[in-house]
Design a protein around this ligand. Sequence first.
Ligand code: BGC
Length: 719
Amino acid sequence: MTEKELKELLHSMSLQEKLGEMTQMAPNFFGTSDSVDLTGPMKAMNLKPEDVAYLGSTLNAFGAEKLIAMQKEHMERQPHHIPLIFMADVIHGLKTIYPVPLAMGCSFDTGLMEESAAMAARESAATGIHLTFSPMADLVRDPRWGRVTESPGEDPLLNARMTAATVKGYQGDDISAPDRIASCFKHFGGYGASEGGRDYNTVDVSDGVLREYYLTAYKAAVDAGAAMAMTSFNTIDRVPATGNKKMFRKILREEWGFDGVAITDFDAVGELIPHGLAADGKDAAEYALKAGADIEMMSTNYLNHARELIEEGKVDLSLIDEAVWRILLLKNKLGLFENPFKGADPEKEKALHLCPEHLALARKAGSKCVVLLKNEENLLPLKKGVKVGLAGPFADSTSVLGGWAFADSSDRATLKSGLLEDGVEISAMAMTEELGSMQHGIMDVSDQTAELDALADCDVVIAAVGEHPDDTGESASKTILRLSHNQEKMLEKLHDMGKKVIAIVFSGRPLELRPVVPFCDAVVQAWFLGVEAGPAIADVLTGTVNPSARLSMSFPQTVGQIPVYYNHMNTGRPLEGPYHRFVSGYLDCPNEPLYPFGYGLSYSDYRYSGFTVRTVKNAEDGTLAEVSVDVENVSDVPGRETVQLYIRDVAASVVRPVKELKDFVQIDLGAHEKKTVVFKVTREMLSFWNNEAVVFEHGDFDLMAGHSSEEVLKERVAL
Ligand code: BGC
């Protein structure tokens, strides 16, 4: 449609029709008989039957045939035949589920992220979906929060790059293309800072911390052209995000120039009442409309109260028109007025879902996300001729997709089948009963440690441990991050039996591994890797793939340390060396995490040398210095190294973190190959928010490059 036609359409719509456009309901409200995947609490919606014809979008309806039929029926009923937008939570793939976002963050591979998101877009578009509620750009520091699994991790730069790559992967250059979908970034903003890691809880961070850490990745989504933004459930500076004018009108739209649609999270307008912002539904609608939430998801406060608010002069009709205009623009950009079914195609859907190319990509992605945390005496990769035993609740489990997977798992996904496919002979298995979920009231199903005697003849035992996938994701906060009692006992007993123990940890968050690491000769963090989890892990265990992933989130020594993250501020009494009184530390635990951000081993060994800093004067691109470092693969195994650049501003008008990642590159190094990596350090990288504006202040900076946030070479320079 031309802009003129679109304007005419807007002006010819009745108020109730406009409010319907601004309301999103689950598919069951459209009269579908199928059961639906509800992703939030279901309340009495107060949706009048006559309003159904006006609704503008729906969420989490799947299947080309079904969506084509729904669209046809809806357009017949809608007075102006306006098509619906089909939105869905395609978080890490539709049918070909790839690793959870936290694992993808560990790949540090933005190209892989973009490719994986493009695959998800292809499968979703063929099924008739037009928009996904992804990426989740929330920065995360607290593994008690179940939703850390949906984020790329704790670092603003890595999050921003991964977020931008995800948006590009979904949207490509043109969201109307039959194999592309629009992207909605979420949850704006700062949801990852929920107090105590408890979901939906209060967020109270300073403006500086919000802007420099938490908002960075959302901004990257805006700059990458994301079509939609979603509000978060939390308060920010005591105002819930969904009614927060400063966040939505000022920062998002005025400062960042976002001109897409803003949608609330599930029932978040209604939740303004228990939050204590709004007195009732009408009040809630007023707050959300004024804040600029264009679509209300899964509640009907706009439909039921906006007319009265306008009549009373509390809300201007122009606010409604502005919102509907943005929604119509999005429908137009998606090409829905010309082709309301867009990519929906039952044949294509069948051909694409879980097709061999997609499975191959999921397998590759999986192997790039596996983080090798410990590997004593090069136990891994598995050596030929050793007798391998397999144990633990994830040994033969298909529950390895992770949360937000509206897809089936198959036997192929299991570790056992992956190992067999890669030619590993499994001599014996024990204690493989699957784990229950905390959510369902149990973890260990029964004590089976006696079974381990069946592994007496094995040299090496692969122990597949972890947490149930239902215990991660939304509404899955925990205060205990240890493995279940049985699993800890299992690892200890295997160690006592004199076995070489390889722990494979399946989880959606950093777990507290300190109690078990001493019992393990090797520890492999496998996250939840999707439909090809088993083969992907087996590829790493057998050495077909040399692990290259790095932690995108620190692993705590103990829950009591949380939050523990690498880019923290210093104190006036920093702890240096062993603990003593009157410094900032713990009596019973070091300050450092068990495994830091950026950490991860490989089958190669890398040596860093030749670290030099060259200052640069008057460069047009703002370069102030160049950091150069030589990286040599001192092993016989070709590998991929992620070289990381960190900085520290030694003294500034507001205190700066002890380390900040400013760039990273991935280089492939053949056996004994050496390469020089040169990083530019720009004025922009050294600038910061001084509580009023982004500024650069001259002074001393520590420039650091290395293998992880803790293993760096460094030099102090005046810039
Ligand atoms: C979640 C969102 C999700 C939405 C729709 C909410 O409960 O917080 O992340 O996109 O439901 O399913």
